[in-house]
Design a protein. Structure first.
Ligand SMILES: Cc1ncc(C[n+]2csc(CCOP(=O)(O)OP(=O)(O)O)c2C)c(N)n1
Lengths: 349, 344
């Protein structure tokens, strides 16, 4: 675990702060779901904080990040305000997508977080396209694509890895191997369980990291991004981790044993990293308590903010479906309440 | 020993039907057909150990084993295509797709393969494949998880599409689909899974594909619907009867392809006014097809234009208030009925 040396104390402390924030945020999001403040599907990333923070911290500010429906943590790590993430969960106007996206669809363009997507495997080709655009524009920017072990079985995985290798795109594919796709364990869904090996045949070298160790994840992702950026070689990184909670809030978790969950909890990335920081003198114990207290305060504030934010205006229902210019002709939509007045429609006789 | 005890108790007549949920009715259909025909097997994500994302397949793994209740990786295009191939060799695969949104990942296998092989190979081979998948919205699942795309599949020659709205039809139509020699898309529905109804227990009872049903008789206006829209239409009809004395007839299509135009036309010819309701987007949708068919069949009988109510034509937003406004909810249906009757 302590193979890799710690980064400078202020860096390590910031990682711990962000991991703690994600943990506390996710816990509160779960509580808000139980109170019906949050609807739809809610997928929490508790247990995966080291994978999230280690990989996201390896990015430059100008790099792009793209993820899945399990991405509150990615937004928070990228610097999106917890208030706006919570407001999105509440479906409020001040949310990151103005309440249109909800938990599964985080987004933050200024921070180059290109979104969470709900179709398993759907984001991989987009990542290649973002890398293509960066390459085309001649920038040094790279793209980091996050997806789960289950997603590695979609056709888009093979198609995208080949494209990326063929076109020498600056993209890193990170498979967050949390051991399950919903209720199906890795060995029940993948013939080859060393997922990092699945890129080789496409010309995408693979590398594995300990996704419960933020330092290892960081160093591994840094090296992968360096290759992608400097050598124009896409890399597949497999982070070995575990989700402590169910797949979503509606998961009875009958497909795994309490003992297994308990075993992985022994390696809780937050506790192990925190304890290491204290043991190595980077962050004293009572400062860790302070960090936790501040994270809870931040999340309290996020909930208050989300509560106070208004619901989207009803008349905004048709907003942003199209970029409407003068060229628009014809019918886009039918709504018996207001036939002829949807923006973008030809009003007719 | 008294003489009475020598007389055997009369065997109680087996009940002809039982009240059960839509999901239980589907499960019963699967169980009966798997017991009846060894060629029938089920595959899909989480159908086995997890017993189905919506618990339709609960207990089936235990009864039939992992060969016949097969968990798949998240590879829709792969395992739907594998279903097509197995069907071409005469098996009767039932493939579950978690929701219709994810069937888009496999649409090439459905449209370019399942629907084509029968005719394209001159009738030398058939594709007796069943794809079961729920449509539906209303739980804040947002744009990528809330679609009702059955019209897309009903568009395609070579496919059959059914969309039951009641537990009895769920059982009867799924059984017909499994016994059918052509590929059938069985569109289930998320909000209806928990609804209860009387379901015939006779294992030989099926509901023929291609027959609509009058779900509620009425004389003033016809509501044509399928899937969850039928549930909504029935609620609206009851409300209008109670509050306004309007008697709406509700025609439940049950099958989208083949489409039972006769039952629809017979109703509209009597009521002279019609509102088509669907959960999907009306543009190029099921209600568009209905409007075309009705105007042709009932041209002289119509007292008002064919009206339709569907999902607002937007990628469905998450926020509860916007989602509610976008849905073809009962207020919107009722308002349209009143306006077609020139009462509003
Ligand atoms: C194409 C598609 N199929 C199925 C689903 C339903 N689904 C959502 S998440 C999920 C499991 C994905 O597992 P994994 O990729 O390992 O990511 P994790 O949820 O563990 O983060 C499934 C099957 C979906 N959203 N999209």
């Amino acid at each position: 675990m302590a193979d890799r040396p710690l980064p400078p104390p202020e860096v390590a402390r910031e990682w711990l702060e962000t991991m703690t924030l994600i943990r506390r945020f996710e816990e509160r999001a779960g509580e808000m779901y139980a109170k019906a403040k949050v609807g739809g599907f809610l997928h929490l990333a508790i247990g995966e904080e080291a994978t999230i923070v280690g990989s996201v911290r390896a990015l430059r500010e100008t790099d792009y990040l793209i993820s899945t429906y399990r991405s509150h943590g990615h937004a928070l790590a990228r610097g999106t305000e917890p208030e706006r993430v919570m407001a999105e969960l509440f479906g409020k106007e001040d949310g990151v997508c103005r309440g249109r996206g909800g938990s599964m669809h985080m987004f933050d363009l200024p921070r180059r977080f290109m979104g969470g997507y709900g179709i398993v495997g759907g984001n991989l080709p987009l990542a290649a396209g973002m890398a293509l655009a960066c390459d085309y524009l001649g920038t040094e920017d790279a793209t980091l694509c996050q997806f789960g072990d289950g997603a590695a079985n979609q056709g888009t995985f093979g198609e995208t890895l080949n494209l990326a290798a063929l076109w020498r795109l600056p993209v890193v594919f990170m498979v967050t191997n949390n051991q399950f796709g919903m209720g199906t364990s890795l060995e029940r869904h993948s013939a080859v369980t060393d997922l990092f090996k699945r890129g080789e045949g496409y010309g995408v070298p693979g590398i594995r990291c300990d996704g419960m160790d933020v330092v290892d994840t960081y160093e591994t992702t840094c090296e992968a991004l360096r290759q992608a950026r400097e050598e124009r070689r896409p890399v597949l990184v497999e982070a070995i981790t575990y989700r402590f909670r169910g797949h979503s809030m509606a998961d009875p978790e009958e497909y795994r044993t309490k003992e297994q969950v308990e075993q992985w909890r022994q390696r809780d990335p937050l506790t192990t990293f925190g304890e290491r920081l204290s043991a190595e003198g980077a962050v004293p114990e009572q400062e860790r308590e302070e960090i936790d207290r501040r994270a809870i305060e931040t999340v309290d504030g996020a909930v208050l903010f989300a509560e106070a934010s208004p619901f989207p205006a009803p008349e905004s229902l048709y907003d942003d479906v199209y970029v409407l210019g003068d060229q628009v002709q014809g019918w886009y939509s039918i709504d018996e309440r207001a036939a002829g007045v949807q923006r973008g429609e030809d009003i007719g006789p | 020993m008294s003489t009475e005890t020598l007389v055997p108790d009369p065997v109680p007549a087996a009940p002809a039907s039982e009240v059960m949920t839509y999901r239980e009715a589907l499960r019963l259909a699967l169980r009966e057909e798997m017991e009846r025909d060894e060629r029938v097997f089920l595959m899909g994500e989480e159908v086995g150990v997890f017993e189905g994302s919506y618990k339709v397949s609960a207990g089936l793994l235990a009864q039939f084993g992992p060969e016949r209740v097969r968990d798949t990786p998240i590879s829709e295009e792969g395992f739907v295509g594998a279903g097509v191939g197995a069907a071409m060799l005469g098996e009767r695969p039932v493939v579950e797709i978690m929701t219709i949104n994810f069937l888009l990942v496999a649409i090439d296998q459905v449209v370019n393969h399942a629907a084509k092989v029968g005719a394209m190979f001159g009738g030398e081979v058939r594709c007796p494949l069943v794809i079961r998948t729920p449509n539906g919205a209303g739980n804040q699942l947002t744009a990528q998880h809330s679609q009702s795309l059955e019209g897309w599949f009903a568009h395609v020659p070579g496919l059959k599409v059914v969309a039951p709205a009641t537990p009895a039809d769920a059982k009867g139509l799924l059984k017909s689909a499994i016994r059918d020699d052509d590929p059938v898309v069985v569109v289930e529905n998320l909000p209806i899974y928990k609804e209860k109804g009387e379901v015939p227990l006779d294992p030989d009872h099926v509901v023929p594909i291609g027959q609509a049903a009058v779900a509620r008789p009425g004389r003033d206006v016809t509501l044509v619907a399928h899937s969850f829209a039928t549930v909504r239409a029935l609620r609206v009809a009851e409300r209008l009867a109670a509050e306004r004395g309007i008697e709406a007839e509700v025609v439940d299509l049950r099958s989208l392809r083949p489409l039972d135009v006769e039952t629809v036309a017979a109703s509209v010819s009597r009521t002279n006014r019609v509102v088509c309701v669907e959960e999907g987007w009306p543009t190029y949708g099921v209600s568009a097809e209905l409007a075309a068919r009705i105007q042709r069949a009932c041209f002289d009988d119509l007292d008002a234009p064919v009206e339709r109510v569907g999902m607002a034509e937007v990628p469905l937003p998450y926020a509860k208030n916007l989602e509610l406004a976008a849905m073809p909810n009962e207020e919107r249906i009722a308002a349209t009925v009143l306006s077609t009757l020139e009462l509003a």
